[in-house]
Write a new protein. Structure first.
Length: 371
């Protein structure tokens, strides 16, 4: 184990309702792994109880018979000292037999890069077949690389009241894209602890991979549980705001629900509402600058349009000679049509106000404002 190097470990004993302690260790309580070391042919794990008490009292516990004078001399190499401080040593074989849950956290350095996306996934009505097909995504790898694939749910603890009637779990299979084999290249675990995330550490070769996700659920309260509660509007609005804030990270978040989102403090800090309204109505300097840079291009486009208009008018004049035989008596000019300033422009309308809402500047055509 690379404990406290590029990985952090924690462990616990699953509560089974029997004795509170197992060889001095508390059930349902997390202990941290400080170091894993091999000394004189034996592998040891140093652990620590953050409470500072309730240590292991089995083999290699402080003061146990295993600590002969020869091994006592090796204590500095193991990095341990006796004392009622919550720190103790276990042999690796006892470590594996004792702890029912071992958590591992990978520590990433600057050599790793991360790509992630949040998605609001729609699921099939329950009950249904426990199968894949709800969510999938593709990974493209340019060169051989170690990879860690993680699926995670948002943390619903701030809005537990509105989190629904199910608890969820996930697992996934990874297939090489285009491979006709039915068996997956890799598969994640399906834990029975209903965790928020599941992950898989693998080595990938160059190519594309498809990840198929399987969602699992268990009903923990009635579907109509909200109707059985008397909810105060004040509390409901705050919980709903927390829920929408969490869900807004999804790329397919329903924009119609944005009214429930809190306004970022940086938006209004040190400004009154009048200032905010003025800022909202001010022209965007980036758009104006871009419009000025492109002014020559607009002039060239208008010149080409005028030339084409003149050609069309000349063709029409040639095809209607009989109507223009009396041109000497007709003072109406025939030729290029020049657009008045008051006429509606057909091109981009930067630096103009919207006739409807007064918003400036307008982006695009005249009647397409920023709102």
């Amino acid at each position: 184990m690379h404990a406290n190097e590029d990985r952090l470990f924690g462990c616990s004993i699953k509560q089974d309702g029997a004795d509170e302690q197992v060889n001095g260790l508390l059930q349902g309580h997390a202990y941290s792994v400080i170091k894993a070391v091999e000394v004189n042919g034996k592998r040891f794990v140093r652990l620590h109880n953050p409470w500072g008490h309730h240590e292991w009292n089995g083999r290699w516990a402080d003061g146990s018979k295993e600590w002969t004078p020869e091994w006592m001399a090796l204590l500095p190499e193991i990095g341990h000292k006796f004392g009622n401080d919550g720190e103790f040593v276990m042999e690796y074989s006892d470590f594996l037999k004792t702890w029912s849950v071992i958590d591992r956290c990978r520590v990433f350095d600057k050599t790793w890069s991360m790509s992630s996306i949040w998605l609001d996934a729609m699921c099939r009505p329950f009950p249904c077949a426990w199968n894949y097909g709800d969510v999938s995504f593709t990974i493209k790898v340019e060169e051989a690389t170690p990879a860690i694939v993680v699926l995670s749910r948002i943390d619903d603890r701030p809005f537990q009241l509105l989190s629904g009637c199910y608890v969820w779990n996930m697992d996934f299979n990874i297939f090489r894209k285009g491979d006709e084999k039915e068996d997956p290249l890799h598969s994640s675990n399906h834990t029975g602890f209903w965790r928020r995330s599941v992950n898989l550490e693998i080595d990938l070769q160059p190519g594309e991979y498809v990840v198929h996700v399987r969602l699992d659920r268990e009903m923990t309260r009635p579907a109509n549980y909200l109707s059985e509660k008397t909810l105060k509007p004040r509390k409901l609005s705050r919980v709903l705001s927390e829920q929408m804030q969490a869900k807004s990270v999804a790329i397919n978040f329903d924009g119609g629900l944005s009214r429930h989102l809190r306004v970022a403090r940086g938006t209004y800090a040190a400004k009154d509402l009048t200032e905010l309204e003025i800022i909202r109505l001010q022209p965007n300097p980036d758009i104006i600058e871009q419009d000025e840079d492109d002014e020559g291009n607009h002039d060239e486009a208008e010149a080409e349009a005028e030339e084409a208009n003149a050609e069309d008018e000349n063709d029409e004049e040639g095809n209607n000679d009989e109507e223009h035989n009396d041109g000497e008596d007709n003072n109406e000019e025939v030729g290029v049509t020049v657009q008045d300033d008051e006429q509606t422009p057909s091109g981009p309308a930067h630096r103009r106000n919207c006739d409807g809402c007064g918003m400036a500047p307008i982006v695009g055509t005249l009647y397409h404002c920023m709102e």
